[in-house]
Design a protein around this ligand. Structure first.
Ligand code: NAD
Length: 363
């Protein structure tokens, strides 16, 4: 097993059943809030988190803050700088709070396999289906995972398509290497930071213990965890939600643009709509016009938030899944033309940048 030593505090030799190898990078981190765990969570001593992006970074921080100090969190991202930043922040928090040396550790893994071999709960937060498949296949093709005291639980919080999610679930279940649960998330970066996310998950309802265990883990990073049905049901629910979001976002940008050209005050228009039947998340929380909602990405140059490429990816996945189930969509392909063009012109920006894109169109 190869772990890099990014941080060099002494390693904890605690009551944990999965002994940690001596060549690990580590940091101490302190709990930010009181601990309320179900028994099922307390038994998970080593946690793995793969994908520390806009969502994952904040989710992993909340996880580290809420799991017992004596538990270990192992992180993995292809971006070395991100991992180093996470470890540095964790150690700074630990230092300032005076947590005991060797507790609340964060370790950095050099590969997904290294992380998965040690962890009883593995959470993934990756951009799209191919990234998730690549990560799972990268460790599955290296042979059967060593058994741990407790069955491994894989929770994928990425937004991917039901077919890919079921394929990965089958690869894990058929080889008896743990349980795989699709649990995509809603609530954005703000919710990830605040620990107020909503999760929707797919897992067999015949396994009550599994459902309890999944809920307990998800509630360490969010406020709600909906069991939507069998494996794949979580991502199906997420794609249905994001299909609405994709279209509401365009409609909101168009309506704001229209109202402003008619001479309406943007804040007054938003207030009216938010008290009327046009009310929706893009209008109320993520308003695309700079200055209407101070906390929205539009008010800071469309930085942060939900990237336009991710929105376009979710729309593509929803359209493909609709085609596979022979379900008609009247607006999907039109919206896709819009997002393709917006992505080309404003890559990396929040998806509300559709408003700016509209303004730049010739009339
Ligand atoms: P992101 O692109 O910011 O983060 C993805 C992270 O995965 C990056 O840090 C990247 O380096 C890492 N990564 C990529 N390939 C990897 C690999 N092979 N091994 C390890 N790490 C790898 O994306 P995000 O905004 O954090 O979104 C993550 C998922 O959550 C996506 O599926 C997205 O659709 C979904 N989601 C995002 C939001 C949002 O507001 N950003 C909201 C709800 C759901």
């Amino acid at each position: 097993m190869s772990f890099s030593r990014v941080w060099s505090l002494p390693l904890r030799r605690g009551p944990m059943s999965n002994a940690v190898p001596s060549a690990l990078s580590s940091a101490r981190h302190t709990p930010l809030s009181g601990r309320t765990f179900s028994t099922s969570v307390q038994r998970d001593a080593t946690w793995g988190f793969i994908g520390l992006g806009q969502m994952g970074y904040n989710m992993a921080k909340n996880l580290r803050a809420k799991i017992p100090e004596t538990d270990i969190l192992i992180i993995r991202d292809v971006n070395e700088e991100t991992m180093a930043k996470f470890v540095k922040e964790a150690s700074e928090t630990a230092r300032s709070s005076g947590t005991g040396v060797g507790t609340s550790e964060v370790l950095v893994a050099q590969s997904a396999r290294d992380l998965v071999e040690k962890s009883t709960v593995i959470i993934t937060s990756l951009p799209g289906p191919q990234h998730v498949k690549d990560v799972f296949h990268s460790f599955l093709r290296q042979g059967k995972l060593p058994a741990l005291d407790q069955e491994r639980l894989f929770i994928d919080t990425s937004t991917i398509d039901p077919a890919s999610s079921k394929e990965i679930a089958n690869a894990i279940h058929a080889t008896d290497q743990g349980r795989f649960v699709d649990a995509p998330v809603s609530g954005g970066v703000v919710g990830a930071r605040a620990g107020t996310l909503s999760f929707m998950f797919g897992a067999s309802s015949r396994n009550g213990q599994l459902l309890d265990r999944v809920r307990a883990v998800l509630l360490l990073m969010g406020k709600k965890a909906w069991h939507m049905g069998a494996p794949g049901a979580g991502v199906a629910g997420k794609l249905a939600n994001n299909y609405i979001l994709a279209i509401n976002n365009i409609a909101t940008a168009e309506a704001m643009n229209l109202g402003i050209r008619w001479g309406l005050d943007p804040k007054a228009l938003a207030e009216l709509v938010n008290s009327s039947t046009g009310r929706c998340w893009p209008m109320e929380i993520n308003n695309p016009v700079p200055g209407v909602v101070e906390t929205a990405p539009a008010s800071r140059g469309y930085e942060g938030g939900f990237g336009v490429s991710l929105m376009n990816k979710d729309l593509r996945l929803a359209i493909t899944a609709a085609e596979e189930s022979q379900t008609p969509l009247a607006l999907g392909k039109i919206a896709r033309v819009v997002y393709n063009s917006v992505e080309k012109e404003h890559k990396g920006k929040d998806f509300s940048v559709v408003y700016k894109w509209l303004q730049d169109r010739p009339q």
